[in-house]
Design a protein around this ligand. Structure first.
Ligand code: ATP
Ligand code: LTN
Length: 333
């Protein structure tokens, strides 16, 4: 008997242009492992609206993310690329799972706590219930592997728990997924505040290198990156968070082990190190940017890929929802 390939699912929110944290923590890994799994990559626009978005800009960014998926090397012949809101089963299963999750479990989610802290009283209920929808994304497809940055591990854990809860309440229906997180680079920090993760919604644009930043902008942002006291270029995530973050980025941009980069810059100053780093990041991004321009200039092809992705995802999701509706007792037959 031929074993079924394991299924991989992941997604990015169209909240703004992705940054090198998204690339190093998630996207780069997707491109490397796509050949080992049956893959679905989603643009999670329903998640994006858990904080207010400009409608016109969000639609543009949805297409931009699709073009980025292709530019980083995802192969649409192997992977299903689609937009979350175009497959209505995501919202439906998200609702059902929202009836199973406990308030106290959602209250423990650090992404919610972090975002709610910034928003204060104005936080929407969607932000609170966000993990139910994320669990729906994953469970709809019998996903086994979810490659994400470290910040999302807690949500994948909650997804596993919801799968178990649903199965024990209504009968075996969902597969328990595993998160897949890189050893180094699962959490790239802001260049301006190295104790905070680099984030699309970060107020300080100079702390975040966007995948579309020009070489000059990249050089400027890296030259202004904060550093730790002293002059040593050595990795120590606790004592020297700023330099450790820059070393991690350097490692991913060049493929060189961190030890080798430390040796290369031993006795040299931060200025030399930052110059070397900036050129490596420019080199890492330049082929992606070139391809991105090509894909952006062919909206017909992008639309064709997303239409095919939607149809393929829809077919899988509909089958699963039929079973879920039956198990839960929804509808008439
Ligand atoms: P926002 O700031 O709007 O919440 P975000 O930057 O966290 O967005 P997402 O679209 O939510 O971006 O994340 C896409 C993927 O990138 C996820 O797998 C997430 O874990 C990963 N990721 C996000 N930020 C980082 C980071 N700083 N370092 C490593 N991985 C990250
Ligand atoms: N919550 C994730 C984005 C996301 C996701 C998913 C990731 C939504 N649904 C399913 C993996 C699998 C984030 O904030 N980065």
């Amino acid at each position: 008997m031929v074993a079924m390939p394991e299924l991989l699912f992941s997604g990015v929110k169209p909240t703004s242009t992705p940054h090198i944290g998204n690339y190093i923590g998630a996207l780069k890994q997707w491109a490397e492992i796509q050949h080992r799994y049956q893959c679905l990559f989603c643009i999670v626009d329903l998640h994006a609206i858990t904080v207010p978005q400009d409608p016109k800009e969000m639609r543009e960014r949805t297409l931009e993310i699709a073009a980025i998926y292709l530019a980083i090397g995802l192969d649409p012949k192997r992977c299903t690329l689609f937009v979350q809101s175009e497959v209505h089963e995501h919202a439906e299963l998200g609702w059902i799972l929202g009836t199973l999750v406990k308030m106290s479990e959602l209250e423990r989610m650090t992404q919610y706590k972090d975002k709610a802290k910034v928003k204060g009283e104005n936080v929407g209920a969607g932000l609170f219930n966000y993990p139910s929808l994320m669990a729906a994304d994953i469970l709809l497809y019998d996903t086994t592997v979810v490659p994400v940055g470290e910040d999302q591990m807690q949500h994948v854990e909650l997804t596993r728990m919801l799968a178990r809860r649903f199965n024990s309440t209504f009968g075996e229906t969902f597969v328990e997924p595993q998160s897949l997180v890189q050893k180094v680079g699962a959490r790239i920090m802001s260049l301006q505040e190295p104790t905070k993760k680099m984030s699309k919604s970060d107020e300080s644009a100079s702390g975040t290198i966007m995948l579309t930043d020009s070489p000059d902008v990249i050089r400027k942002k890296i030259s202004r990156a904060v550093t730790d006291s002293g002059t040593d270029i050595t990795y120590d995530a606790i004592e020297r968070p700023a330099i450790s973050n820059l070393l991690t980025i350097f490692h991913h941009a060049t493929g060189k082990p961190i030890k080798e980069i430390e040796a290369e810059y031993a006795g040299k100053g931060y200025a030399d190190f930052k110059k070397g780093l900036a050129e490596s990041v420019v080199e890492m991004l330049s082929p992606i940017q070139k391809k991105l321009d090509e894909f952006k200039s062919d909206p017909g092809e992008l639309a064709r890929i997303l239409d095919a992705g939607r149809d393929a995802a829809q077919e899988m999701a509909a089958k699963k929802m039929k079973v879920v509706m039956e198990r839960v007792g929804l509808g008439r037959k």
